[in-house]
Design a protein around this ligand. Sequence first.
Ligand code: PMP
Length: 400
Amino acid sequence: VWAHIPEAPADPILGLNEAFKADPHPSKLNLGVGAYRTEDGKPLVLNVVRKAEMALVTDPNSNKEYLGIAGNAVFCRLSRELAFGTSCQAVRGNRIATVQSLSGTGALRVGAEFLKEHHPSKVIYLPQPTWGNHTKVFKRAGLEVRTYRYYDSTTCGLNFQGLMEDLMGAPSDSIILLHACAHNPTGVDPTPDQWKQMLKAIAGKQLLPFFDSAYQGFASGSLSADAAGLRMFADACPQLLLAQSYAKNMGMYGERAGALSVLCSSQGEAAVVASQLKQVIRPMYSNPPRHGAGIVAAILGSPELFREWEVELSGMADRIKLMRSKLHEALRQRGTPGSWEHILKQIGMFSYTGLSKRQVEHVTKKWHIYMTLDGRISMAGLSAKTCGYLADAMDDAVRN
Ligand code: PMP
């Protein structure tokens, strides 16, 4: 019965990993996948995560019972406060419905299913370009996906005029996906003033913002600075959605700890929305896993662990920033044709190098350096030792 099914294409990002593993070259370098690596190229488990985990597993009162459909309630409250801030009016007024989710992807999908059923418009606008999975998540949930202009390849920066025109042109009630910070894949974020203008357009046209926050604290090293855009919107919009992930900022990729929050206009509305989110979750996966959320709740809930986390978080953010300056300097030393300032300006885990598809193929084939075909590299995959090698490869690709 399944003989007629065509084979699906491999995931473009996860497929890179396979190609990398199969390459026997000693200098090979994997800059494709967005997971943090130490200077030695190793995955990192934060000390604070180990500590919280140890306390959790040795606690004689811990158990393996099911969580409720909405997950760990303390985790949900602390996640909401982390994103919106404790002084946010909607947080104080209990106007935000939060459920635990299967990391950021799960939050996006539950949010999308909820909107498909309950929002008047089924149209969602995604930035062009965006994280590849966004399109798939929203299409699978039955929303109509459109795009708004975002990246300007001539300046390697934001196409702000195009973005504003597209927001102004969107029918009211449309959903607008916004990367809270460290836009993936470009590393290009709006300035505070641009956020303000976007808010004016979005609120004025009664569009519904859906924030995706996968890198809070990871972009600038400051948890509040990375939430500034979101918080500005939360103060002014009657409704919005937020998907949160702890994959990057706590290095808990495989634990699938995340949250979906829906900001509502009243406490009563939030209670009704929460009941409907549970209706989405129950037939999908019944209830979320308890381990990762338990670790996150322990860290966020303890002032001491929270401070330790902040230090480790800025450590990761700082190493990434250092890699930006090292790569930039290496290209400058080689006199590589073109402007490379954007490598310094872009923020977060990724840099959109500006390399063309042909140049990326050259770099992979000749230099065994793996990156997505759009020229996106994970800065976290670089080290002081490998920046020069990458610069050699980029220089060669640009000149040939
Ligand atoms: N949104 C964006 C923009 C991302 O970059 C990612 C991870 N690459 C996610 C969401 C979701 O990640 P996860 O499901 O692992 O939390």
